[in-house]
Design a protein around this ligand. Structure first.
Ligand code: ATP
Ligand code: MG
Length: 472
């Protein structure tokens, strides 16, 4: 039974849980508070009534003591006017003789038969009920020289009862109202709280059904739940972008791979048809096929490098190294391969800067850029390399005086497979992946790469890498 109830509560929507919790808490608080307040008040009022009756008793005893020398059975009637004066509404006063016989009874709105006269040895004070009525009785032995008996006071606690009843009802109704109000407001608050969550859930559902373009709409700024929705939207944006990029990449890659494969296929069928008998065709087609195969291999290798940098497969932490010797070394080897070029190198100023980078990656970046500088230069074969130390970074600039890049194409040269003006580039081999690989590497090391160029004047590539520390 209990188990079933807890399971039922656990399955309730959060809205109802919150409401139920608030209401129960409110009920418990109100019930304990009101009940104890009621008890304390009632006790206090009862004590007041008892005090009053004790004071009256003391006054009467004083009066009788004063008169005691004259008092006897007959003269006891003398006390009547005094008692009539002091008695309150709903009260009874009795003077009782030694054998329990009432000598004098005075009452005010009080039925004598409700209390039977009785003598006592010691004072007694208690409350009893008579049918509907609540009666407080105080009896006290009273002894003077001529008289031995009991004084009896009774008081009908009508007003007291009436008051405590009213109090009880006021508190009960107040409590019920409070619980009711807290239930309603708890429900309202819960509904308010749940609205963004429900919107979020609805969006997630529609993402599942309709795809990545769905977003949570009208987020009210403010609380944690709406920032959760915000976060979800941002996550979806990122997902959508990277999804689109991935798709673009696959499309570009398969397109780029198709060209050399088509050429290969053409040469192979040429060979198949004529090559067996014609040694000239055989030679030419074999040469061309080999070249295309090499190109294919190059593209595949570059693609592999690119994905490897992107997925951070080799993301080990690098020791800070002096990069100046690495640059010198790379340049020396590159110079040997391109003897017709003039290299002007000035890297003095960055000699004492240490950068956390893998020397192999740095070399790869430099080779990609130097390769471009050489590839896209026709006449002025000067290449200027300058290394500088800025405040928190080193800057390497590589400047050529080649054909340059048109202004409106500059933003795209870092895109994969992007090549400026395919017609112009037809004679120059390349897959358009070099700069995007260089960019990935530089970004991996929290650096920056920029390109400045003017058509027919030259191109400058600027690389910035954060300095790890400076040699003493
Ligand atoms: P890959 O480097 O993959 O063999 P690629 O050189 O064509 O091929 P990127 O290095 O990415 O590819 O360069 C993209 C394009 O930017 C080049 O095709 C070229 O048009 C232009 N470009 C890059 N560097 C220079 C440069 N120094 N001078 C003129 N144009 C350049
Ligand atoms: Mg290149």
């Amino acid at each position: 039974m209990m188990e079933r109830l807890t399971r039922l509560i656990r399955q309730l929507p959060i809205k109802w849980k919150l409401m139920l919790g608030a209401t129960t808490l409110m009920f418990l608080l109100f019930a304990t508070y009101n009940f104890s307040q009621y008890l304390v008040l009632k006790q206090w009022m009862m004590n007041q009534e008892k005090d009053k009756i004790q004071v009256s008793m003391a006054q009467l005893q004083d009066f009788l003591n004063e008169k005691s020398n004259t008092m006897d059975t007959l003269l006891i009637t003398e006390a009547r006017p005094y008692i009539e004066k002091m008695i309150g509404k709903n009260q009874l006063v009795r003077i009782i003789g030694k054998n329990g016989e009432p000598l004098l009874t005075v009452s005010n709105h009080f039925d004598e038969n409700w209390v039977t006269p009785r003598t006592v040895e010691a004072p007694e004070l208690f409350d009893t009920t008579h049918q509907e009525d609540h009666i407080l009785i105080y009896r006290s032995p009273f002894i003077t020289t001529k008289y031995v008996g009991t004084l009896e006071f009774a008081s009908n606690l009508e007003t007291f009862d009436h008051f405590s009843h009213t109090l009880f009802w006021v508190m009960l109704i107040g409590g019920v109202l409070a619980v009711f109000i807290s239930a309603i407001s708890g429900l309202a608050i819960a509904r308010q709280l749940m609205r963004p969550i429900r919107a979020l859930a609805a969006t997630i559902r529609s993402v599942k059904e309709k795809g990545l373009t769905e977003r949570v709409s009208n987020i009210e700024n403010g609380d944690e739940i709406s920032s959760l929705a915000q976060l979800f939207n941002e996550l979806m944006n990122q997902l959508e972008v990277s999804f689109r990029q991935q798709k673009q990449f696959v499309e570009d890659a398969s397109h780029e791979l198709r060209t050399p494969i088509t050429i290969l296929e053409g040469h192979l069928s040429l060979l198949n048809r004529w090559g067996k008998s014609d040694p000239e065709v055989l030679d030419e087609s074999l040469q061309a096929s080999l070249q295309e195969t090499r190109r294919l291999k190059g593209i595949v290798e570059e693609l592999l490098t690119l994905t490897r940098v992107e997925t951070h497969l080799d993301s080990e932490i690098n020791e800070p190294i002096q990069i100046e010797p690495v640059i010198q070394e790379t340049l020396k080897r590159f110079e040997v391969l391109n003897p017709e070029f003039l290299f002007q190198v000035n890297t003095e100023k960055m000699r004492d800067a240490l950068v956390s980078i893998s020397p192999l990656h740095l070399e790869q970046i430099l080779l990609i850029i130097l390769d471009n500088a050489v590839k896209y230069t026709m006449q002025d074969r000067r290449i200027v390399i300058v290394g500088q130390r800025l405040i928190n970074e080193v800057q390497i600039t590589i400047e050529d005086h080649g054909i340059g890049i048109p202004q409106d194409e500059l933003p795209y040269v870092f895109d994969r497979f992007y090549r400026v003006d395919k017609a112009r580039n037809r004679e120059i081999a390349g897959s358009g992946l070099g700069l995007s690989i260089a960019k990935q590497f530089v970004y991996k090391y929290q650096g920056e790469i920029n390109i400045r160029s003017k058509e027919n004047e030259g191109t400058t590539v600027i690389i910035k890498l954060p300095i790890n520390q400076i040699m003493k």
